[in-house]
Structure formats: structure tokens, C-alpha cells
Design a binder for this molecule. Structure first.
Ligand code: NAD
Length: 490
């Protein structure tokens, strides 16, 4: 394995307060060189049922106050912080992102835990002024927020720490019990998080019931089907691909569901902006984590008359990226998570070039670069019907599409079934407001790229990009229900 990777990790699942194995195990591979990183159990149907049952029992036994939930999450944050370097190395070992990005993700994970801890203290209801209706002047009414019960948290491979924290943190803050299911190719980072939760439960001075947090590993469809069938699961929070999200939505019955799905996010760069600055941000937004980011810049839309100048600026910005070993501090682009992600990007790239796009820089992949590595690649002359414009490309491609005017730019931005996030670079406030009102996406970010995100912002897509919002406060609302309490005095 490449330098500094974690030593081999053979981990277990946390079910009902015990770390348990399964009859079958699956290997975890370092994407950069294919070496074995470790292994995890393949949970059986029965073990997933056990985890849900344990969570249900813990939920019923739990009487943690808001302040205790704050302390539990705050303690977990401190334990993740203490293990930050080790967890970042596990993350790079199994996911392949550059170590500098892995450190950044762990830092965000700590902050997301702390934000969740704070939100536990803000489960507010509302006082309803009953005298607003004739005949109710002597009555009183307020609402209170209550937890739902068992929350299932299913996460993808690309941010295995922070995306799991985005579910577990708010779910616990709201007073629920959790069953986590990380992606099959990146389970070890999430298991490290559950180790910290388990240790925090032991460290705090009050009783956190066994089973309040559980994690199962292995096949997504096995776990998913048990979660869908089990009546005790009150909410499913899923981040991942659109087809799996739609399957869950179609089969979840009366369960609460939050879906954070794929994107084909546009970033419009208009002619009144600093093109060099925009190019640096666009390349960063398209290539971080080798492009394996849901809200990465997928399509760059520019007016025709600046295409040449902007493409030159993009090529310059790409030259500053360093392709290489993810454990090297200098590396900014490393390998993709597995062969299937890599081959998808190769196919989209080749088909787009065959369709007539021009490779302005990059375009090399595999070979000496590494088996699953793709160079940052700027493509010009891309038209809306080409694969790189139509598909969600989980790779470091920067496809540039030209338009004649701003109306066409907005039309092109909406020319997708997805609606996650969008970016616009302009100095014109009217143009910015028009874009904000017109683009059919969960977030429109001005003077930055589609990938702009702080962890407490409301975050979630429209159309095929999902249902519901994450961001701590919004996730706590999803993981709780509002009950009315009325006092009648006649
Ligand atoms: P994926 O859909 O293949 O897997 C996501 C998770 O779902 C994994 O844990 C997997 O094991 C599980 N799973 C698979 N089949 C299942 C089933 N039938 N029932 C229940 N769970 C099942 O996605 P991926 O390849 O890991 O991640 C990439 C995708 O995630 C991209 O489309 C990306 O855009 C999306 N994503 C979205 C966001 C967002 O916030 N909108 C964030 C990150 C990634």
C-alpha cells in the first residue's frame, strides 16, 4: 500500500451495545493501489433485524434530557477530534481522496457533531395565540417536538464520515435511536465514528442505553429491504444515487423519508466577473475528491464571447493541481473509489470526445497515473446533448457549454432532470436575483460554485435530486414530529 496508510483493519458491527461479526465478511481495498485495507462483516437479514430491534428497545428505555444528548454528542466530537489523524488516514485508505481533503472532512465531521450537540438544546415548539379566533380567548395551545423512534441512516462512499454525522448527529439530538449503514466500499471510517459514539456513551456520567446507536455493514439491498419491511423504523435518511433513492421512496410506505441524491449541477460564469478567480473556483469545484461530489461543478455555462479566455483560465487552474498518491500532502487529485466509478467516467469522456468535444487539457487516465486515476480535464465545444453534459459525471471533467445570452444560460442550467445546487458568477445583482428565482435547484449560490456548502445551511435538492433538507436544524425537524397540546377553559 502507498505510504502512511492505516494498518490492516478488520472491524465488526455495533448491535445492541456489542461489537459482533457475521458468517461472511467483505474486503475493503485501497483504491490507489488495490492493496487490502481491511474487512467488515456482511450483515445477514437477521442481524439487521437485531439492530433495529435493539434500537427500538433503546429508544423506549432512553430518557436522556436535551442537555444529556448535548453532552453525549459533544463528547463524541471530542473523541473524533482526538482520533482525527488516524480517522483521516482510514478515510484516505478506503476512499482514496487526498489526505489533505480527508483531514478537512474529519474537521467538518467534528463541527457537524458540535452543531448537532447544540441543536439538541433547541427543540422548540410554538405558543399559539388562541384569542385569534372568536370564542377561544380563554384557551391555550402550544406545540412540542418529539423524537420519532428508530432512524435508519444510509450513506454513500464519497464522504463516509461527514455524511454519516449529518444523519446520526441530528437524529440523536432529536432524541431518536439510530441504525447506520455505510457504503460497502467505505465502511471503516463510519465504523470509527460509531466507535467514538460507543466510547462517548461509556464516558458520560449518565446511562446511554445499549442499542441507541448501531451500525451494520455489507450489502445495501439486504439492509435496505429489511429497513423497509420493519415497522419499528420510523424514518429513513438516505444519501446516494437517484435509482436507489427512488426504490426506497416507492417502498417506504408511511415512514418519513429524506433523500439526498445525485446532481448534474450547473455553474454559470458571466462576462462581468473576474474570470481567473472564477476559473480557480470552478476547477476546484469540479475536481475535488476526483470529482466524486454530489454538488460538484458538472456543467460550466459561459457566454460565447468569453469562451476562449475562460477556457484558457481553466487550463491554467488545472495546471496547479497535483495528480498522485493520496497520502502525499501535495496531491490534490488521486484515484476514484473503484473500477466501476472509474470506467463510468472513462465511458462518458470517450463518448463526449467522439461526439465532437475538444480536449483542452488532461484527458489521460489509468496507466502510469494509477489504475483508477483520471487527470483534470477541460472539454470545450460541449453541447447539451453530449454525455458529459447530460449525465452525472463522478469524475474530474470540466465540460464548457456556450450560450448566446443570459436567458439561454438559465434555460441550459435547468436542462436536466436533477436539481441539487447551482452556481453563478456575476457582479450584477439583477442577474443574480433572476438566477435565484429561475433555477430549479435546492440551492443557488452567487459568486461561487454549486459545491458551496457549510454544514448548518439547509441543503437538499429538487426534482430527481431528492426530497427534504439536511443541515442540522432542518434534519432535526425531519427526525422529530410536532404535537399539539391544547388547554380548554370554556
Ligand atoms: P449508492 O446509491 O450506490 O449507495 C449509497 C448507499 O446505499 C450505500 O450505503 C449502499 O450500500 C446503499 N444501498 C444500495 N442499494 C440499496 C438498497 N436497495 N436499499 C438501501 N440501500 C442501498 O451511491 P454511491 O455510489 O455510494 O454514491 C454516489 C451517489 O450518491 C451519487 O449519485 C451522488 O450524487 C450521491 N450523493 C448525493 C449527495 C447529496 O447530498 N445529495 C451526497 C453525496 C453523494
Amino acid at each position: 500500500m502507498s505510504q502512511q496508510a492505516a494498518t490492516r483493519l478488520d472491524k465488526q458491527m455495533l448491535i445492541g451495545g456489542e461489537w459482533v461479526d457475521a458468517d461472511e465478511r467483505t474486503d475493503v481495498i485501497h483504491p490507489y493501489d488495490g492493496d487490502l485495507v481491511g474487512s467488515v462483516p456482511m450483515a445477514s437479514d437477521g442481524q439487521v433485524v437485531d439492530a433495529i430491534d435493539a434500537a427500538e428497545a433503546a429508544f423506549q428505555a432512553s430518557d436522556l434530557s436535551a442537555y444529556q444528548r448535548y453532552e453525549f454528542l459533544h463528547e463524541t466530537a471530542r473523541l473524533v477530534e482526538e482520533r482525527a489523524d488516524e480517522i483521516a488516514r482510514i478515510l484516505t485508505s478506503e476512499q482514496g481522496k487526498p489526505i489533505s481533503e480527508a483531514r478537512g472532512e474529519v474537521d467538518r465531521g467534528v463541527q457537524t457533531l458540535d452543531l448537532s450537540a447544540e441543536q439538541a438544546k433547541r427543540m422548540f415548539g410554538e405558543y399559539v395565540p388562541m384569542d385569534a379566533q372568536k370564542g377561544f380567548a380563554r384557551d391555550h395551545c402550544f406545540t412540542q417536538r418529539e423524537p420519532l423512534g428508530v432512524v435508519a441512516a444510509i450513506t454513500p462512499f464519497n464522504f463516509p464520515l461527514n455524511l454519516m454525522v449529518h444523519k446520526v448527529g441530528p437524529a440523536i439530538a432529536a432524541g431518536n435511536a439510530v441504525v447506520g449503514k455505510p457504503a460497502s466500499n467505505t465502511p471503516l471510517t463510519s465504523i470509527a465514528l460509531f466507535e467514538c459514539l460507543d466510547d462517548a456513551a461509556d464516558a458520560v456520567e449518565f446511562d446511554v442505553p445499549d442499542g441507541l446507536v448501531n451500525v451494520v455493514t455489507g450489502s445495501g439491498s439486504t439492509t435496505g429491504d429489511v429497513i423497509l419491511d420493519h415497522d419499528a423504523v420510523e424514518a429513513i435518511s438516505f444519501t446516494g444515487s437517484t435509482p436507489v433513492g427512488k426504490y426506497l421512496a416507492n417502498n417506504s410506505g408511511m415512514k418519513e423519508i429524506t433523500l439526498e441524491l445525485g446532481g448534474n449541477d450547473p455553474t454559470i460564469v458571466w462576462d462581468d466577473t473576474d474570470l481567473e478567480e472564477a476559473a480557480v473556483q470552478v476547477v476546484g469545484g469540479a475536481c475535488s475528491n476526483a470529482g466524486q461530489v454530489c454538488n460538484s461543478v458538472e456543467r460550466v455555462i459561459v457566454p460565447e464571447h468569453i469562451e476562449e479566455e475562460f477556457v484558457d483560465a481553466l487550463v491554467d487552474a488545472c495546471e496547479d493541481l497535483v495528480v498522485g498518491d493520496p497520502f502525499d500532502d501535495e496531491t490534490t487529485i488521486a484515484s476514484m473509489v473503484d473500477d466501476s466509478q472509474f470506467e463510468d467516467v472513462v465511458e462518458i469522456f470517450e463518448a463526449t470526445v467522439d461526439a465532437g468535444a475538444t480536449v483542452e487539457c488532461g484527458g489521460n487516465y489509468g496507466g502510469e497515473l494509477g489504475p483508477r486515476t483520471f487527470e483534470p480535464t477541460v472539454l470545450s465545444g460541449v453541447t447539451p446533448d453530449m454525455p458529459a453534459a447530460k449525465a452525472e459525471t463522478f469524475g474530474p471533467l470540466v465540460p464548457v457549454i456556450t450560450v448566446e445570452d443570459f436567458d439561454e444560460a438559465l434555460e441550459e442550467a435547468n436542462n436536466t432532470n436533477y436539481g441539487l445546487e447551482a452556481g453563478l458568477f456575476t457582479q450584477d445583482i439583477d442577474r443574480a436575483k433572476r438566477a435565484a428565482d429561475t433555477i430549479d435547484a435546492g440551492g443557488v449560490n452567487i459568486n461561487t460554485v454549486s459545491g458551496f456548502r457549510a454544514d448548518h445551511m439547509p441543503y437538499g435538492g429538487f426534482k430527481d435530486s431528492g426530497v427534504g433538507k439536511e443541515g442540522i436544524k432542518y434534519a432535526v425537524e425531519h427526525f422529530s414530529r410536532e404535537k399539539l397540546v391544547g388547554f380548554h377553559q370554556g
